[in-house]
Design a protein around this ligand. Structure first.
Ligand SMILES: Nc1ncnc2c1ncn2[C@@H]1O[C@H](COP(=O)(O)OP(=O)(O)O)[C@@H](O)[C@H]1O
Ligand SMILES: [Mg+2]
Length: 304
């Protein structure tokens, strides 16, 4: 599916998606309103080939004559689909938001935690383990509750506060039966004592454009908006701004959703950085036009 506008101030923008959400429609609307030649491109229709690559020209197109324009905002829900499309786009010298390295780091919780730690961004203590036996042993040694997470995933899916040894053993047993090799990489994180909320901040380039508290839904522990969490405005203090910009820099920068917990003793801790940030919840309580900011940033990337 491709929709476009003839209204143009010269620059063109593609928004690549695999499931059309409110965010992608909002990005298109704001881009058109700014006068850009903008279109939605279904990732499932794309085909790339080696033939347009490495000829010293800005080819700017996938095969099938689909011109992707001057810049692409990559919005796929599937991490791997988005990641590999980004690799193809970058080989065609099409600026893509976010870049391949950023997408790779943010789409994988292990790589993201390593990047945060390398850059001394405060983050929960996290352990990476590569066998079932050692995972159970580590959880028993660290004590319960402890948080288990799949290294690739979102919307809080399969993020589990593990209550005891029996539960840990069941999780490991299930994961060992799964065919995906990533299921056997174990990511364990300390259980952070936090209020029933966390903070989602949105960084665009070198600015924190907005931040919201996300309150967990009734009976829920996870605060994800996708699980019924409610957004409320959150003031961007100097401390919050600082930690968000450091986290963004740690993963390579771009348009990012920073997830932060408020630890009772240590203050702010960044637990993950999201690559294709959902912002409907934040937009519902923020005075900032988030889609407008993202599109404006994309156009600055083209002109840089
Ligand atoms: N270590 C933790 N301690 C306490 N709560 C956590 C911890 N890790 C995650 N959570 C809760 O679970 C939610 C989802 O975890 P997160 O790591 O952000 O995964 P996802 O990528 O699925 O959003 C967080 O927003 C937070 O509410
Ligand atoms: Mg999250």
């Amino acid at each position: 599916m491709v929709s476009s506008s003839m209204t143009s101030n010269g620059a063109s923008l593609s928004i690549v998606f695999d499931r059309l959400r409110w965010e992608e429609k909002e990005l298109l609307e704001k881009a058109l309103r700014l006068g850009y030649n903008a279109r939605l491109v279904d990732a499932k229709d794309l085909v790339f080939s080696t033939s347009g690559i490495g000829k010293g020209t800005r080819a700017g197109s996938a095969i099938d004559g689909m011109n992707l324009g001057d810049v692409v905002i990559q919005r796929c829900i599937s991490h791997y689909r988005g990641l590999y499309i980004t690799a193809c786009l970058e080989s065609l010298a099409i600026p893509t938001i976010n870049g391949y390295g950023v997408a790779e780091t943010c789409g994988n919780k292990l790589l993201c935690s390593l990047a945060l730690a390398r850059h001394n961004v405060p983050t929960p203590s996290t352990y990476f383990i590569f066998s079932a036996e050692k995972a159970i042993e580590m959880a028993n040694n660290l004590g319960y509750p402890i948080v288990f997470k799949p290294i690739v995933g979102s919307w809080g899916r399969l993020v589990i506060p593990v209550k005891d040894r029996e539960m840990m053993e069941s999780i490991v047993e299930m994961r060992e039966e799964m065919p995906n090799p990533l299921s056997k990489i174990y990511y364990l994180q300390e259980y952070v004592r936090r209020p029933p909320r966390d903070i989602r901040a949105i960084v665009v380039g070198d600015r924190v454009i907005t931040a919201v508290y996300r309150y967990a839904a009734e009976g829920e522990w996870k605060t994800n908006i996708a699980r019924g969490g409610k957004a409320e405005p959150c003031k961007i203090t100097k401390e919050l701004e600082d930690i968000c910009l450091r986290a963004a820099e740690a993963v390579g920068g771009g348009v990012l959703g920073i997830d932060i917990m408020e630890d009772e003793a240590r203050g702010l801790l960044v637990h993950e950085v999201n690559n294709t940030v959902e912002f409907r919840g934040a937009a519902s309580v923020s005075s900032v036009d988030i889609a407008h900011e993202i599109v404006s940033y994309a156009m600055r990337v083209v002109r840089a």
